[in-house]
Design a protein around this ligand. Structure first.
Ligand code: GLA
Length: 381
């Protein structure tokens, strides 16, 4: 009995120590990881924010709700930190009005035509949450669920691994799927996203991340320069579903092979730009070999000097120029989220691949591992 009490006391002390360690910060070689409560969901679940700082003074903040990246502070050419992400200050805003700000998107990033696809002779029906189509995984996609989080503390990178099990039939998709998203910041100012997923039934998967970037931290993004290393893009119909063929970007507003301001050709009289209300298209990345980490895009804000390189193993990148933002709601510090006030570069497989046999496959079989990496690297010019 006496021993029993002592064991109980030791267990309590041990678990308090662990708790204490969790609330404190970890620090090594100039890296720092802090965590604190960000808010509470209506069902009482507590949402934690993880704050990772690297030796260069760059800082990334992540939530276990939606695997969200809320802030990314990058030093500008004068060393002043600029938050390059559009987002909110409160959890309630992320829950109630977010157009996928900073979220991980799954199970299927981008659109699936008419909310339907066929796999091995069975037809699967998904919620149609974007006109006739399914967008970004359905009504309650990976951006709206709670993830298990555990900190990553390595010698050259700090971050968080997020885990989520999506059950068979969730948002209409077949198979129990375990997804792991590892998001880290290293000493070279690189944010690396490693996506992994496994399933127990044949299914489809296309994970991506939906940061809204403004490398000047405010104002319109139209003067920011962008290069996308793609000779082709996937033209779409009026509901933004690819027509099936790949079209050359040459002599079109979609030619970003040499860097140009995002706004340079955005108002050209072009049917594709009309359908997208601007850029909202998938670019077919020039790749020597499928699945190899390749430089996909480069962005630059003349105002701050901040540069961003995007490297990915994915075959495509959705470039979205913030066309649905209209200033009708406010973001961080009460500033309105203005029309084209940020842009997205979502690395992914092509939209509607489950219905497009000529596109690289998004099928995942039991026993196989979906594994893909994307890197956002920041610098100064
Ligand atoms: C993606 C889509 C856009 C839009 C945004 C979020 O980029 O392609 O059409 O849905 O997400 O608003």
């Amino acid at each position: 009995m006496k021993y029993g009490i002592w064991i109980a006391v030791l267990l309590v002390v041990f678990s308090c120590r662990q708790q204490g360690e969790q609330n404190e910060s970890a620090m090594d070689k100039g890296f720092k990881l802090d965590m604190h409560t960000f808010g509470k969901l209506s069902d009482g679940q507590v949402v934690t924010q993880y704050i990772i700082t690297n030796p260069e003074g760059m800082q990334m903040r992540l939530l276990d709700y939606g695997c969200l990246m809320t802030n990314l502070f990058v030093p500008d050419r004068n060393g002043k930190p600029v938050d390059v992400l559009m987002g909110f200050d409160s959890l309630a805003d992320y829950v109630e009005k977010s157009p996928y700000f900073g979220a991980v998107i799954g199970r299927y990033g981008n659109r699936i035509a008419n909310g339907k696809f066929e796999l091995d002779g069975s037809t699967y029906s998904l919620p149609q949450n974007n006109g006739p189509n399914t967008l970004h995984g359905g009504i309650k996609g990976f951006d709206k669920v709670m993830w298990q989080a555990s900190p990553v503390i390595d010698s050259n990178e700090y971050g968080v691994v997020f885990t989520y099990t999506s059950v068979d039939g969730e948002e209409g998709f077949p198979g129990n799927m375990n997804a792991h998203i590892r998001i880290t910041l290293n000493a070279q100012n690189e944010v690396t996203l490693d996506y992994t997923a496994v399933t127990d039934k044949p299914t489809v998967v296309n994970l991506t991340q939906h940061n809204y970037y403004n490398l000047a931290g405010e104002g319109s993004c139209l003067d920011q320069e962008l290069a996308i290393f793609a000779d082709q893009f996937t033209p779409v119909d009026s509901t933004l579903i690819p027509l099936g063929q790949l079209a050359p970007v040459d002599k079109t507003p979609f030619d970003f092979r040499t860097a140009k301001p995002i706004g340079k050709d955005i108002s050209t009289d072009d049917m594709q730009l009309k359908y997208g209300l601007g850029y909202d298209h998938n670019f077919v990345l020039n790749k020597a070999e499928a699945g190899i980490l390749t430089l996909a895009a480069e962005a630059y804000a003349p105002k701050t000097g901040i540069t961003m390189d995007v490297l990915t193993e994915e075959p495509g990148i959705q470039f979205y120029s913030g066309n649905f933002l209209d200033g009708s709601f406010n973001g961080k510090n009460g500033a309105p989220c203005i029309y084209r006030g940020a842009f997205c570069l979502e690395t992914q497989h092509f939209p509607d691949s489950p219905n497009q046999p000529s596109f690289p496959s998004t099928r995942l079989n039991p026993g196989d591992v979906y594994q893909t990496r994307t890197v956002y690297r920041f610098g100064i010019k």
